[in-house]
Design a protein. Sequence first.
Length: 335
Amino acid sequence: MTRAGAEFESEGGERRRRPGRDLCGIGGLPVDAVCDLLGRARALEDAPHRPEVLRGRTVVCFFGEPSTRTRTSFELAARRLGADVIFFGNDGTTSAAKGESALDAARNLDAMGIDVFVARDRQTGWPQVLCHHLGARVVNAGDGVGEHPTQALADALTILEAFGRSPADGARALAGLRVAICGDIIHGRVAHSNLHLLPRLGAEVVVAGPEGLVDGAELPEGVTLAPSFDDAVVGAHVVMMLRIQRERLARGRDLPDDAAYHARWGLDARRVGLADPHAIVMHPGPMNRGVEIADAVADGPRSRILRQVTHGVAVRMAVLARACDRQGALPEAKR
Ligand code: NCD
């Protein structure tokens, strides 16, 4: 059967994919590719408007889950590179309301000549499904309890900046830094991408979280489970807090109320005092203030939470350029 959009199929009917590269998970990026993306993102922050890079290309943000930062930063990133951007969301205005599957919708958009699908969905492994079916390139913007690779890249850039490190140092770029990632590790796709990325850049990574929300047996090699939250934070250079992903918890699962959770697992001023004197505090957002993080910490002098957001735009520009095989049109990587 010939699909509409046959320009992406060879004469034999075999599907041809558009030039460029997918980004489904952080493991698909070798360290030198990570460092090149981070260096180029850094250079883009000095001059963020590059409308020649993706002029004539079309990016669709195909979002089946809510989003504030990720969606907006991808859209901004695409526009700053000159691409046309379309948002396609689960908002009741599409033919999903008539029973069309998300995959059929994606294949139809693909047939219109989309270059990149930026995809977020509650289904883990959804980007890989799209890669299999689409001619467009696919960038993962968060899949279920899977990964969120561009958030991890933004986080790495934030740590590099805070400690005066260079992405040019590759596997040693974060050497000597201890990163504590705390909260709902099991359901946290940001954690999953960071647990795979930060050790490859040389960081020592330790996790802590409530019973049932962290599994010591499932951690990547080199990542350790701390016996308590305080133990994780002691001496840490980076304390990264995560929200409990209530929407992904089994119904009826018992969790302490917000005040009890905060007392046991919330980052407050006392706990920040256990960290390295130069420690920074991070959170990918959305924050639940007074639950996993105290107001005074979220808004305090150690917080780099809004820097993460700023870096997210630059990183997504570099990723979109790579997705379209236009990385070479970006400014040279900055040390
Ligand atoms: C996260 C996500 O959606 O995975 N947020 C983000 O994209 N910056 C984290 C979360 O929802 O807790």
